[in-house]
Design a protein around this ligand. Structure first.
Ligand SMILES: [Ca+2]
Length: 317
């Protein structure tokens, strides 16, 4: 693992698995988090923004600015949420007290993204843990960021496994297909951390117990928010009672790409099909003109990744 701190934006819709991913990101010296930007998704924008601020309060990371993004899809539709998976408050139906809002900036997330892409030209990594609408709008407004952002790491997509919201699509990409299409066609340097690897990463009941027993502010917060999400994710689990945090591997990749085996695949993002809307379609024979090469994670060392996450959580006092 290289030992340097890379500037990152984390775009998210917390979300229980966003929280698990953010706690890892905020704990690790390899990441220099320049901004957390929020997007509609698991719940509405106001709630995802409140939840991001809450997570920072719990992690005691008061220096990280939060920028609020957009609340509708790229084609200006009301979004579909995932309250059935994350709870009505997005954090396991805990309805925590309002966090302080000092870290909430007045600048819009889309404009902050453009500014940071210019400031850290060639160095910035953008980690997308939700719908891709903010990034699609940033690209539309300032196309030069396609070349100035070093890498976009996306939680989403499915190559050799089924989708988790339709037979073929992952929730993050299905939740705004037009936004995702802009990003996948833009030519920006993309890494896809999709369900092919996320499905392999489970936090076993023993590992959960070890975390809960830490009795830190972060571990107690996780213990409260995980149960609703864990119940919703049991179908297809390899380990009964395991928790699965689909956003966490994207942060894990950003910290240490050597935990993943990736392949360059030519991908067309599907926006139209009755059963394939939102699919990341592999097109090796160049049938589709606007398909682009994507660095796709196909395998993960899940044991090492779970350890990375647990070490991150253990680092909080
Ligand atoms: Ca998310």
């Amino acid at each position: 693992m290289k030992d340097y701190s890379k500037p990152v934006i984390i775009d998210c819709d917390p979300g229980v698995d966003d929280a698990a991913a953010l706690f890892l990101a905020l704990s690790h010296k390899n990441l220099d988090i320049q901004a957390i930007t929020t997007i509609f998704g698991n719940v509405g924008l106001q709630q995802t923004t409140t939840n991001a601020l809450k997570i920072l309060e719990v992690a005691r990371k008061t220096g990280v600015p939060v920028f609020k993004g957009v609340e509708k899809t790229f084609d200006y539709r009301d979004p579909i949420d995932s309250k059935n998976v994350h709870g009505n408050d997005g954090l396991g139906n805990n309805f925590f007290p309002e966090p302080p809002s000092d870290q909430l900036m007045t600048q819009h997330a889309v404009l902050a993204t453009i500014d940071l892409a210019k400031k850290f030209k060639g160095e910035l990594t953008y980690v997308a843990l939700g719908r891709l609408t903010n990034l699609a709008l940033a690209i539309s407004l300032e196309p030069s960021i396609v070349n100035s952002i070093k890498e976009v790491v996306i939680m989403g997509g499915a190559i050799n496994v089924p989708g988790n919201i339709s037979p073929t699509a992952s929730a993050n990409l299905f939740g705004d297909v037009h936004g995702a299409s802009v990003v996948y066609r833009s030519g920006i340097n993309l890494t896809q951390i999709g369900l092919d690897v996320c499905n392999e990463v489970e936090i076993s009941p023993d590992n959960q117990e070890e975390i809960w027993n830490l009795k830190s502010t972060v571990s107690q917060f996780l213990e409260k928010i995980v149960p609703v999400h864990r119940s919703a994710h049991q179908i297809g689990n390899k380990i009964p009672g395991a928790a699965r945090f689909n956003d966490m591997p994207a942060v894990g990749y950003t910290i240490d790409p050597t935990l993943f085996k990736c392949e360059t695949l030519r991908i067309h993002f599907e926006t139209l099909g009755e059963f394939t809307k939102g699919q990341t379609v592999v097109d090796p024979k160049h049938f589709v003109e606007d398909a682009q090469n994507v660095n796709v994670a196909m395998k993960v060392d899940s044991e090492k990744l779970v350890k990375l996450w647990m070490d991150g959580i253990k680092s909080y006092s």
